[in-house]
Design a protein around this ligand. Structure first.
Ligand code: PLP
Length: 401
């Protein structure tokens, strides 16, 4: 492919060269098992310690012992949720949201079949969580509340501190799990300030490789391991440590912290330019989240009366990568559970596209999309069965200009 404009960074990101460079010695020369007794294992063991310190700093944890390396965001979520619940057998109530990632939602569906009662909190039309509904749902039997930091499809940020205060006021024994996979590297995270008990992130969403994640569990929260075996990760996650990848996520966390300001100024500016440009140039486009608070890199745009899959195929022909739904649900024709929970009108439910930028996105790439996308949409509109509705939209928009 000649041209590649990668605007699907919520699905995965390109590995940063500096991350790869930091990892390489641990594939080649420093391959010792970090648990061995000879001097050859000192360097890998030290590298893991260093990465743990970097993650502690990145997440604002108090203690390095609160950091557990995992293989991905899904493993972090499973370990936290199932690992914690297996230590509180007398409480069978969980609260989560309707818009969580499938790696969290499907754990709760599984738990529902195994004797748990789960309440799924709704969102408004901008994707913002109903905090009153959440507060009212907490009971003395609530073992766990689980709310994502940022939504993968819309980028909507949840008020994590406010939620942790609500939980602690209503039932101080209830634990709070936060899936922060889409927040890491995009907004500051400080688990101590935010009152979070457990939090999961995934390396491949912030320029580390696929196959490494982190779970934070504060020292007051007990979990049983999901993977039972050796003594690694203080008995919380067995298996010989994946040294190069752990080094990689450590380096990626350090770089992400350095780039946080750039993400929130320059990348936010490029995202805003992209979405404003699209809404100006394409008369049947609407921003699905309105002006709600979002991570700086994401926009979710509905193109009314046309199919999202067709848009993605046209964009792909132009070398532009974007997505509809989450990476896991795109490819299925089911409309996104997130957009359905937001009551996005059916006219744009099937025609919604997520564009997600990264610190490697350039202004020239955004200009290219703004140049090419309107004509692609025009082509797709020609074969839409909703010609009358499109014409009415066009007239309305022209009258409003
Ligand atoms: N949580 C959210 C919000 C995500 O977007 C994803 C991946 O898309 C995950 C969890 C799962 O992460 P992983 O792919 O590392 O298992």
């Amino acid at each position: 492919m000649s041209k590649l404009i990668y605007l699907d960074n919520n699905a995965t990101t390109k590995i940063d060269e500096k991350v790869l460079e930091a990892m390489m010695p641990y594939f080649k020369e420093e391959y010792a098992n970090p648990s061995s007794m000879y001097d050859f294992s000192i360097k890998p063991a030290h590298a893991i310690k260093e990465a743990r310190r970097k993650l502690k700093d990145f997440l604002g944890a108090k203690n390095e012992k609160e950091i557990i390396f995992t293989s991905c965001g899904s493993e972090s979520a499973n370990t936290a949720i199932r690992g914690y619940l297996s230590t509180v057998k007398n409480k069978k109530h969980i609260i989560t949201t309707k818009v969580e990632h499938p790696c969290v939602l499907n754990v709760y569906k599984y738990l529902e079949k195994n004797g748990y009662k789960v309440d799924y909190i709704g969102v408004n039309s901008n994707g913002e969580l109903d905090l009153t509904e959440l507060e009212n749902a907490i009971t003395p039997d609530t073992a766990l509340v689980s709310v994502m930091f940022a939504n993968n499809e819309t980028g909507i940020l949840n008020p994590i501190k406010k939620i942790s205060e609500i939980i602690k006021n209503k039932n101080p024994e209830t634990k709070f799990y936060v899936d922060a996979v889409q927040a890491a590297g995009k907004v500051p995270i400080n688990v101590e300030d935010l009152g979070i008990d457990m939090l999961g992130i995934s390396g491949h969403k912030f320029h580390a490789p696929k196959g490494v994640g982190v779970l934070y569990v504060n020292s007051k929260t007990m979990i049983s391991p999901l993977i039972i075996g050796g003594h690694q990760e203080r008995g919380k996650r067995a298996g010989t440590e994946n040294v190069p990848y752990i080094v990689g996520i450590g380096k990626a966390a350090e770089l992400a912290a350095d780039n946080l300001e750039y993400e929130n100024t320059e990348i936010a500016r490029l995202r805003d330019k992209l979405e404003k440009g699209i809404v100006q140039k394409v008369y049947n486009a609407r921003i699905n989240t309105g002006l709600a608070t979002r991570v700086p890199n994401t926009t979710n745009i509905g193109f009314e009366y046309i199919e999202g899959e067709l848009i993605l195929l046209h964009l792909s022909d132009l070398g532009i990568c974007a997505s509809s739904g989450s990476a896991c649900t795109s490819g299925s024709l089911e409309p996104s559970h997130v957009l359905r929970a937001m009551n996005v009108p059916f006219t744009s439910l099937h025609g919604s596209v997520r564009f997600s930028l990264s610190r490697f996105t350039t202004e020239a790439e955004i200009d290219y999309v703004l140049d090419k996308l309107p004509a692609a949409i025009e082509e797709i509109r020609k074969i839409s069965p909703y010609q009358k509705e499109l014409q009415a939209l066009k007239e309305m928009k022209t009258a409003n200009v």
